[in-house]
Write a protein of this length. Structure first.
Length: 200
């Protein structure tokens, strides 16, 4: 029959009695009963090394701040106009580019200063729109060839360069729907087709 272990309260009672008891002469002291073993502390779980999170997908320059302004030093006026979106009817635009549409009015700016040309252009565009015209021709002349790789900006073909800029600024921008270089039979690169918006 196995020996029962003492409960903690029994063990405490035993110690109280043992302290007050006196040993009989000639007898060996009785050893205290063994204390119950303390419950073993649970071993800490082996800590796993932290796994590195997989890197999120990224692309070069993803966190770069957006470009707030750009400078297009290498595009000629012809290239910039060719890159403009088509705002007018696509079929009419194709016919216009092929020289199949005849301009209803024309303005020749040859030999004028910038101040004279700007005033004449504004008067011509707004006047022809008032009369209900849709397609007009503005002749600037080719001027000296624009060199897109010229390291130094030069004023070459000043009117050819300036006229599209004027047409994009108010008040003329409210009247103009599309600008493109003219077909060869209407002056080619020395003239512009200007397609006007309908009057409201």
């Amino acid at each position: 029959m196995s020996r029962r272990r003492l409960r903690p309260e029994e063990l405490e009672l035993w110690h109280l009695v043992a302290r007050s008891a006196q040993r009989l002469p000639g007898r060996k002291p009785v050893a205290d009963p063994p204390a119950p073993p303390l419950p073993a502390k649970p071993r800490p779980a082996a800590s796993k090394p932290p796994q590195a999170d997989p890197l999120p997908a990224f692309g070069l320059g993803d966190r770069a701040p957006p470009r707030t302004e750009t400078h297009d030093f290498y595009a000629s006026t012809q290239d910039r106009l060719a890159g403009d979106p088509v705002r007018m009817d696509a079929k009419a635009f194709t016919r216009m580019r092929r020289g199949k549409l005849d301009p209803e009015a024309r303005l020749d700016l040859h030999g004028m200063t910038l101040d004279q040309a700007h005033g004449e252009l504004a008067s011509f565009i707004l006047g022809t729109q008032m009369r209900g015209f849709r397609l007009v021709l503005v002749i600037t002349g080719k001027g000296a060839r624009e060199d897109p790789h010229d390291p130094m900006p030069r004023r070459r073909g000043v009117l050819k360069t300036q006229v599209p800029q004027w047409l994009r600024l108010p008040p003329l921008s409210h009247a103009v729907l599309q600008i493109t270089e003219a077909h060869g039979k209407h002056g080619g690169s020395g003239a512009y087709y200007v397609y006007l918006r309908r009057r409201k």
